[in-house]
Ligand binder design. Structure first.
Ligand code: ZN
Length: 71
């Protein structure tokens, strides 16, 4: 089995999963402990800081630019 590198895919993956910093202590939070899909086109990530234990929430709106332009 060979390992292939896909720089384009990797960069887009990193942009989507950019590291987030804790709003309380500034420590890097690597991955959300829970993610949910919200009806209407939104992904909500729930984070808990390993360093201070503060919970926070971020949301990503899914791109719907084409439909917005047509309206
Ligand atoms: Zn923290």
């Amino acid at each position: 089995m060979q390992l292939h590198s896909h720089p384009d895919k990797l960069s887009s993956l990193r942009a989507f999963a950019a590291p987030l910093r804790c709003p309380h202590c500034g420590d890097v939070m690597v991955a959300p402990f829970m993610s949910e899909f919200v009806v209407g086109g939104e992904i909500r990530h729930h984070w808990e800081c390993d360093a201070c234990g503060t919970s926070s929430c971020t949301s990503i709106e899914l791109a719907v630019d084409d439909e917005a332009d047509a309206a």
